[in-house]
Ligand binder design. Structure first.
Ligand code: MV4
Length: 511
């Protein structure tokens, strides 16, 4: 039924989907914008279609161009990845109208979860706890004031069409309400073309916990445990892990039951994620559902031994999911060991995470036991401001959380990126941070720890610079000594640079 899949995305997730297609025995067609012509996803695919110039509206967000590309190349299905068109119900509809399978949930499930008050009503009807708040959009600021007083301050005003924090306003007291209401309205109108807002009681220092689910066309729904995603900055996650130190087996069972009920309530099919806020008291509340594969899906894959993207492809083709061992109510599976993901972004952590651009001149990829590297870039690629700054994800698995952290530290030290600043040094410091190591994290962690972990310049900064220089020189020398040898062998043993840098201890770790 499905033989060829159009991958309607770029970067690391496009590479990830292409890999899953190939393992499933499917051909993959990439799409790309002009500046992406040398990107790994274009090279890795079996065919590639140029969409247009750099701006997303003229390339990765152009529904007509994507459907035409799929039709022209003989695809039967489109995988949207995350971001771009992945949560646009109109895109899922357009695929269906063109006779293409959308690798994701039904458009009706995307619509129901995209409207945050509709989602809250559906969850309440399904017996899933939502944060105390209004069931419908607020008519005016006066209604907002009445509802806020009923709930008790502080409250959060949220956009009905929102998600991810846009159009959100924290209101500490009655005096602030009216201006916050107007501001939230304006921001929501500008961001989503819909100024509707509603109000929720503000939870003070919750953790962000999300449950991964998989549902197939045969009505089977399974939960693949939680991901702890509390370490984020301005609503961008930086580090995720599974399992969470705050989730006991009993709590995991209750979260899984709520998540599978949520999925059932909207007729969900495919991979999806239900986000919860977990209070220090152990109470949890439905926040929203992400109706797509998520950036942080690999931590779940490593701990649950499931390939979520392959399962998405199988489910889209009408096959049953191939997940074994789910037992009990909520159809939950059990975790093995612990996994952590660090998002390697083109941002300067020592300059307020300012987005960085430039040519990736040199890249040394970490590997070895328990390490996974999911990247959308390689040496020679140009990083621009047109797209998301995510370059790659470094994921470490270990038998315990402590071992996963040790492995992550080791892999972050192996990683060498020359050409532009990245989040790498930030991650190295978090792996050494006592609060993180103890698992004392919540959504305010970075506000507390950010200054502490980023205060001092990189430890052993000079040593690191020397290690990078040594690696660069060794590589330069290797390329020269192999010139003319088609099989890539070195002409005569290790280069003098390698010998010298080993003598200095640069290639075997310092200190
Ligand atoms: C909240 C909250 C506290 N109380 N809702 C932020 C993004 C959007 N998805 C929902 N968000 C929040 N909603 C209530 N009633 C705190 C946040 C929040 C947050 C949530 C998850 C991860 C990081 C966060 C950072 C700041 C605020």
């Amino acid at each position: 039924m499905i033989k060829r899949v159009l991958v309607a995305n770029r970067g690391e997730i496009a590479v990830r989907v292409i890999r899953a297609c190939h393992e499933e025995g499917l051909a993959a067609v990439a799409v790309y914008s002009e500046p992406d012509r040398l990107a790994p996803h274009v090279r890795d695919a079996d065919a590639a279609v140029l969409l247009g110039p750099a701006p997303s509206a003229e390339s990765y967000l152009d529904i007509h161009k994507l459907i035409a590309a799929a039709k022209d190349t003989g695809c039967q299905a489109i995988h949207p990845g995350y971001g771009f068109l992945s949560e646009r119900a109109a895109f899922a509809d357009a695929c269906k109208d063109a006779g293409l399978i959308f690798v994701g949930p039904p458009a009706s499930a995307i619509r129901a979860m995209g409207d945050k008050t509709e989602a809250r009503r559906r969850m309440q009807a399904a017996g899933v706890h939502v944060v105390p708040g209004t069931a419908a959009p607020l008519r005016d600021a006066a209604e907002g004031r009445r509802e806020a007083k009923r709930l008790g301050f502080p409250v959060l005003l949220k956009a009905v069409a929102g998600g991810g924090g846009k159009g959100m306003r924290l209101v500490a007291n009655e005096a602030e309400l009216e201006s916050a209401f107007e501001a939230a309205r304006r921001e929501a109108q500008k961001a989503f073309g819909d100024g509707s807002v509603y109000v929720e009681k503000y939870l003070e220092r919750p953790r962000h916990i999300e449950i991964q689910i998989l549902a197939d066309h045969r009505g089977r729904v399974v939960a693949l445990g939680e991901r702890e995603c509390s370490i984020q900055r301005r609503h961008q996650k930086l580090i995720e892990e599974s399992p969470s130190v705050a989730v006991s087996p009993a709590l995991r069972r209750r979260l899984s039951e709520a998540a599978t009920a949520a999925a059932g309530a909207v007729g969900y099919v495919s991979a999806g994620t239900i986000e919860f806020l977990l209070a220090a008291t152990g109470e949890f509340y439905f926040l929203e559902m992400n109706t797509r594969i998520q950036v942080e899906h690999p931590v779940t894959e490593l701990v649950y031994g499931v390939d979520l993207v392959r399962e998405q492809l199988r489910i889209a083709a009408g096959q049953p999911m191939r997940v074994h061992g789910a037992t009990g109510p909520g159809g939950q599976l059990h975790p093995r060991g612990a996994a952590i993901e660090c998002r390697i972004t083109a941002e300067d952590p020592f300059n307020d995470f300012l987005p960085a651009t430039g040519v990736l001149q040199y890249l040394r990829v970490p590997s070895g036991p328990g390490i996974r590297w999911d990247a959308g870039i390689e040496a020679g690629n140009d990083v621009t401001l047109f797209y998301d700054p995510l370059l790659a994800k470094l994921i470490a698995w270990g038998e315990t959380r402590e071992i996963a952290i040790q492995r992550m530290r080791r892999a972050l030290n192996e990683l060498v990126i020359v050409g532009l600043p990245t989040s790498q040094p930030f991650h190295l410091r978090v792996m050494d941070d006592a609060e993180f190591v103890k698992g004392e994290i919540d959504i305010k962690y970075l506000e507390r720890a950010g200054a502490r972990v980023l205060a001092a310049p990189p430890r052993a900064g000079l040593d690191r610079a020397l290690a990078v220089a040594g690696a660069l020189l060794a590589d330069d020398c290797r390329s020269r000594t192999t010139a003319g040898l088609p099989d890539g062998r070195t002409a005569a043993g290790p280069s003098p640079w390698v010998v010298e840098s080993r003598r200095l201890g640069l290639r075997d770790g310092l200190e």
